[in-house]
Design a protein around this ligand. Sequence first.
Ligand SMILES: NC(=O)c1ccc[n+]([C@@H]2O[C@H](COP(=O)([O-])OP(=O)(O)OC[C@H]3O[C@@H](n4cnc5c(N)ncnc54)[C@H](OP(=O)(O)O)[C@@H]3O)[C@@H](O)[C@H]2O)c1
Length: 266
Amino acid sequence: METVLITGASSGIGVALADCFAADGARLVLVARRNERLQVVADDLRRKFGVEVHVCAVDLADPAGVRELCQALEQRHLNVDVLVNNAGFGILGPFQESDRQLQLKMVALNVAALTDLTHRLLPPMLARRRGGILNVSSVAAYPPGPWMAVYYATKAYVQSFSDALWYELKATGIQVTTLSPGPVKTEFASRSGVGSLGLLDRNAMSAPRVAQAGYRAYRAGRRTTTPGWGNWAGTILSRCLPRALIAPLVGRIQMRKRTGPNRKPD
Ligand SMILES: NC(=O)c1ccc[n+]([C@@H]2O[C@H](COP(=O)([O-])OP(=O)(O)OC[C@H]3O[C@@H](n4cnc5c(N)ncnc54)[C@H](OP(=O)(O)O)[C@@H]3O)[C@@H](O)[C@H]2O)c1
């Protein structure tokens, strides 16, 4: 039986991805900080699909949290076949006015924890010559993102790292896929200090639809997927236009999303 570890599985895209893998009969390991929320998701999956679900409540922005998670996997004799690096958050607002600790926490979660977990869980996959990694990136991976500068940079890292790893592991039987969504209706916007997305709100996709696209791309052995034609076209445009042109365009969109002061730490 396939064992799938999903980070950020207490809400949004993570919950929807857990549904996709559970429908396939996989054993799941759900990871996030809010234990009660994880338990609710786990009970729901057990009831709906009759699958085995483990829960591990840790703060992945803390390297000790990643170590704790890996120790828990060892203690429970769980060999992870599929690692889904989904946990992440963003911060909207002028960089110089933002909370430094929170920006660093975002880098720790979106970049360091994803790298650390991949580095720890990949060797056993390689030894078994089986498994894969599904990393949740974003359309934000492609252009620079004024007023959300660090978040966009973290997603550029996720995309570049995953694409490189996809090539490195091509001949090993280990699949690497990135899911790069545009706006999705989850807790992400409110937690990032994003108010109404205006036009983008109307185009925002549901978490199940985005998760299905990512799941199908992973199963089909694809390198990357950007659900929605508009989002996909946006990534092409971001890569074709000079950065001096795309930065003001993206900056204008970000400014419109801003409704209040910078987000404060959880
Ligand atoms: N929503 C969008 O518009 C959108 C667009 C493109 C890409 N994405 C990406 O999609 C991914 C999932 O986001 P979402 O939209 O589903 O947002 P969400 O509903 O806010 O979910 C974020 C998940 O990450 C977990 N998390 C946050 N901080 C954590 C920490 N320190 N340690 C462990 N887990 C942590 C949260 O759980 P706890 O709070 O319980 O820890 C939650 O389960 C993110 O990587 C995001 O960048 C989102």
